[in-house]
Design a protein around this ligand. Structure first.
Ligand code: GTP
Ligand code: MG
Length: 220
């Protein structure tokens, strides 16, 4: 169960299209620190949301096969604005990918965290071109309180989202199936959540081709 079942039953063609799409051009567009700086609504957007340190920036790098497209760090709170990346082109379609600041990390000064969370909630709730939010969950920790808060908000705003387990390489083989099943059961209780999870590792590349296929299918 890598999510392949769900997202267009990622067959050979879909996987190949995903590979091609992510092998193409990818450029950093801009960083957004306030809603007023958002680019004009354009192509479909995919946002990468999740707790600090869950691996949002690493997943963007793994998807695009670029080591340092998005800045990653051991220190939670690395990403401090909405970072826009443009992918694709006229032939394969265009997609904006948006790397969001993390939530749920206590060590960054509180007013700053509150400002990020306000911005990211306003973005998630109000962005008309947001096609799907990928909600990243650390496979070692499972869905946490702050994730539930974001999930309920997305349910209420009717924003379609999909849970993506990250760092699956860190989970023991014996615990893997139970963890995936539990997370899936919880995701299925949410109206706006995709019923199937994606299971990924930016370290080993597990689930990356399937995620590429799912995202490429959303380009226009
Ligand atoms: P913020 O920007 O602070 O919200 O963090 P983030 O969610 O962007 O996390 P980031 O990609 O910076 O990764 C945080 C740490 O987790 C880094 O040390 C990464 O190397 C590590 N990491 C990310 N993905 C994986 C993975 O799939 N497996 C393993 N083992 N480590 C990972
Ligand atoms: Mg980051």
């Amino acid at each position: 169960m890598t999510g392949a079942d769900d997202s267009g039953a990622a067959g050979g063609d879909a996987l190949e299209r995903g590979r091609l799409f992510f092998a193409g051009e990818c450029r950093f567009m801009l960083g957004v620190a306030a809603l007023a700086q958002l680019p004009a609504a354009g192509p479909p957007e995919i946002a990468f949301a999740g707790r600090s340190n869950v691996g949002k920036s690493s997943l963007l790098n793994a998807l695009t096969g670029r080591r340092d497209l998005a800045r990653t760090s051991n220190t939670p709170g690395r990403t401090q604005q909405l970072n826009y990346f443009e992918l694709g082109g006229p032939r394969l379609g265009t997609l904006y990918m948006v790397d969001l600041p993390g939530y749920g990390y206590a060590k960054v000064p509180k007013p700053q965290v509150e400002a990020w969370i306000r911005l990211l909630k306003a973005y998630l709730r109000g962005r008309v071109t947001l096609r799907r939010a990928m909600l990243l969950v650390d496979a070692r920790h499972g869905i946490k309180g702050e994730d539930r808060e974001i999930m309920s908000m997305l349910d209420e705003a009717a924003v379609s989202y999909q849970v993506v387990l990250t760092k699956i390489d860190k989970v023991k083989q014996s615990e893997r199936d139970g963890l995936i099943a539990r997370t899936q059961t919880e995701a299925r209780k949410h109206v706006a959540a995709y019923p199937d999870l994606m299971v990924t590792s930016s370290e080993t590349g597990e689930g990356i081709p399937e995620l590429r296929a799912a995202l490429a299918a959303l380009a226009e």
